[in-house]
Design a protein around this ligand. Structure first.
Ligand code: NAD
Ligand code: DAU
Length: 339
């Protein structure tokens, strides 16, 4: 089995590559990643010498490069993690989100059509469903919840999902889609809530909570997401969407307070800042379908996962320090200075 994993130098893609190489020692895994600001080759260092692993630095929007790779490797599957993934950046500059998330997806699927494929899997997000009201805890996203996006990021992901389903219906491409809730764990890029708060707290810097911090996200440990995708690509039905989430809803403010407590830092570091434009209130996944059809259940409880994650950032400063001391500083200044 040969699998092209796109975006494998990022947060979830790298965790997925580690999971797959470990679980299926006879699989060949090719990581296709153009190394944007969010891609980090040092993350993949532990597998670089593995003879069943190959890294290719190209963009999924580059048709010639993608076709060349298909001609060389004859993949059985493509799992597409490659994306621009940060909502705040999409509000500043939507264009690259459309290029990578929509055009890139179509380029990959065109290559799958041209050369043949057993499975094209699209890694999507619960954000395509928009948000849920805070006062309706009985409501959850199911696979039939209408697409109703809020940000340029989620709109680009929704556009890609629609294309994937269209390629299935029109060309019979054997596709699947998974829509996961918020992930956390090792190698999470420092711009996102949990690593940002851990790293700022370690530096005794202000912890910038958007609005009143009452927005709710449904957090899942990244390994549980990787195991779910593994199940979907092997046993999930072609043409289907699978929601992934572990019923772990938390308010942002409670996460930030928990991080302060775990690190022994004062809550006085918390600073309420101007809210994100179009900020989704609540995400909450109903994972019944993937549980009933594929037997998936999350294995890591949040109380344990967050401790493991904080420990990972404490033990791996050599991974995040070069990131936060480089170009990221300009990003942080631009996004947070006048908030
Ligand atoms: P990330 O930003 O950490 O990593 C994205 C990776 O894609 C980087 O390595 C980057 O270099 C690469 N990339 C970007 N543009 C590319 C291009 N044109 N060609 C090749 N590679 C390119 O993202 P992540 O958080 O790991 O998310 C991975 C996927 O999972 C995304 O599709 C995202 O929408 C989805 N997702 C993320 C979450 C989450 O909580 N992080 C939840 C649900 C779904
Ligand atoms: O739900 C899945 C999505 O989760 C993925 O599709 C996205 O790729 C991923 O980035 C994530 O999106 P969010 O916008 O939910 O994640 P983020 O970490 O940016 O923010 C989480 C919450 O924390 C959100 O309500 C905004 C808030 N926040 C975030 C940052 C960076 C803050 O209050 N302060 C901050 O500095």
């Amino acid at each position: 089995m040969t699998i092209i994993v796109t975006g494998g130098a990022g947060f979830i893609g790298s965790n997925f590559i580690f999971h797959m190489l470990n679980k299926y020692p006879d699989y060949r895994i090719i990581c296709l990643d153009c190394l944007t600001y969010a891609g980090n080759l040092s993350t993949l260092e532990p597998v670089m010498d593995n003879p069943n692993f190959r890294f290719v630095k190209e963009s999924i929007t580059d048709r010639a490069a993608v076709e060349k790779l298909f001609e060389e490797e004859h993949p059985d599957m493509v799992v597409n993690f490659a994306a621009e993934s940060h909502v705040d950046r999409s509000i500043e500059n939507p264009q690259v989100f459309l290029d990578t998330n929509i055009i890139g997806t179509s380029v990959l699927m065109d290559a799958c059509r041209k050369y043949g494929i057993k499975r094209y899997h699209q890694v999507s997000t619960d954000e395509v469903y928009g948000d849920l009201p805070l006062d309706r805890p009985d409501m959850f996203f199911t696979e039939t919840t209408p697409i109703h996006t809020s940000s340029p990021y989620s709109s680009s992901k929704a556009g890609a999902d629609l294309l994937v389903l269209a390629y299935h219906r029109t060309y019979g491409l054997p596709v699947s889609i998974s829509r996961c809730s918020n992930n956390y764990g090792p190698y999470h890029f420092p711009e996102k809530l949990i690593p940002l708060m851990i790293i700022n707290a370690l530096h005794d810097k202000p912890l910038p909570v958007y609005g009143e911090g009452l927005n709710v996200r449904d957090w899942l440990y990244v390994e549980d997401h990787c195991k779910a995708i593994d199940l979907v690509i092997h046993n999930g039905r072609v043409g289907e969407v699978y929601n992934i989430g572990g019923h772990n809803e938390m308010r942002n403010i409670d996460i930030v307070k928990l991080i302060c407590k775990e690190l022994g830092k004062p809550e006085s570091l918390i600073t309420y800042v101007t809210d994100r434009k179009g900020h989704d209130m609540r995400y909450a996944i109903d994972p019944t379908k993937i549980h009933d059809e594929l037997g998936w259940l999350p294995e890591t409880k949040f109380a344990d996962g967050i401790k493991k994650t904080i420990k990972w950032y404490l033990d791996n400063e050599s991974w995040w320090e070069p990131i936060v001391s480089g170009e990221y500083q300009n990003y942080y200044e631009k996004m947070y200075a006048n908030r």
